[in-house]
Design a protein around this ligand. Structure first.
Ligand code: DAH
Length: 323
């Protein structure tokens, strides 16, 4: 190899070895391949080389040029990737937390309500969503001609069963299975063929409660429900009991809480009708009880001032992440 080229190449190699940054690399490039660079100087010398050696010299200059270009190219990749990771990695920053799920606002409310009743000795129980007419209507003293039995108000299966339209079904199932005393609370889904709008859905959630013993009076009902509503809405919540009718309780009430200037209905309740006890094989002369039912969506909507029930079912994270 020509001694001048040889020397330049040795020098270039040692300079390449000390390159640490894109800036180093760029000044190296300018020094060798730039307009006034060392390669250019070599080219200039071509005309001073004797004729018989010129071809060989030219070839060696070209090889040197290729060597420089390839070295720069490979170093470019290395320096840029190590510079990027050096700049963007700050080991003092907190780590990236994996996204975690959370409990749906409906289930949060169910849990909160069940915890309150569990502290009063109620047991949380479950029941099927596909039910019989007996459990959803007949045993609950709902007459055959009652409008809620109509297929406009209840979903029936082709096998003659139905999707429960109320969690009161669980009262019946528990009483059929067990002997009093009983204190149960039953959260779950219910279904009604309602057209969906801001306040209606074909599926929603209810919580049913039932207490049965040899002596359970209407004042027990009032005491338990008042205590419950004050736990849920604050100790200053004003509660009102208003006469109403339900087929499965006698007497029946609707329970309101004071809301701004007016009253809002939050619960249905009453003393268990003797016909219900008879339907499950209890002796109405020996047991007494009270029952109540509430809509869970309504409670969450009241508490958080939510205007549209459909938000609960759309799985839009912008909504769900607020709870
Ligand atoms: N099942 C009733 C409904 O869906 C709610 C209800 C009212 C349940 C009074 C009860 C009760 O247990 O005593 O509207």
């Amino acid at each position: 190899m020509n001694p001048i080229i040889q020397e330049l190449q040795t020098e270039a190699k040692s300079r390449l070895a000390s390159i640490r940054s894109p800036q180093d690399l760029e000044s190296f490039r300018i020094a060798y391949l730039g307009k006034k660079g060392k390669l250019r100087d070599l080219m200039e010398q071509l005309k001073n080389v004797p004729d018989d050696q010129r071809r060989d010299f030219g070839r060696q200059v070209n090889e040197f040029k290729q060597f420089l270009e390839e070295s720069i190219k490979s170093l470019k990749i290395e320096t840029s990737s190590s510079a990027a990771s050096k700049d963007s990695f700050d080991e003092t920053l907190p780590g990236i937390l994996p996204a975690t799920g959370r409990i749906h606002p409906i289930n949060q409310m169910i849990q909160e309500i069940c915890r309150i009743f569990e502290r009063l000795g109620f047991e949380t129980v479950d029941g099927p969503e596909i039910e019989t007419e007996f459990h959803n209507f007949t045993a609950l003293n709902i007459p055959l001609d009652h409008p809620s039995r109509d297929s406009f108000d209840t979903f029936y299966t082709s096998e003659g069963e139905l999707l429960r339209s109320q969690t009161s079904t669980v009262q019946i199932r528990v009483m059929q299975d067990r002997k009093p005393p009983l204190r149960i609370i039953a959260p779950g889904r219910v279904y009604r063929p309602d057209a969906v709008d801001a306040s209606h859905s074909f599926m929603f959630h209810q919580i049913e409660g039932l207490m049965v013993d040899d002596r359970v009076t209407f004042s027990d009902l009032k005491g338990v429900l008042q205590l419950f509503l004050r736990e849920l809405f604050g100790k200053d919540a004003k509660v009102r009991f208003r006469p109403h009718f339900f087929p499965f309780t006698e007497p029946s009430v609707e329970v309101d809480i004071k809301w701004g200037k007016g009253w809002l209905e939050v619960l249905g309740a009453g003393t268990v009708d003797p016909n219900v006890f008879e339907a499950v094989g209890y002796d109405p002369k020996k047991v007494q009880g009270f029952a109540f039912g509430l809509g869970v969506e309504r409670m969450v909507m009241l508490r958080h001032k939510i205007q549209d029930i459909r938000l609960f079912y759309e799985n839009d994270l912008r909504f769900l992440e607020q709870f």
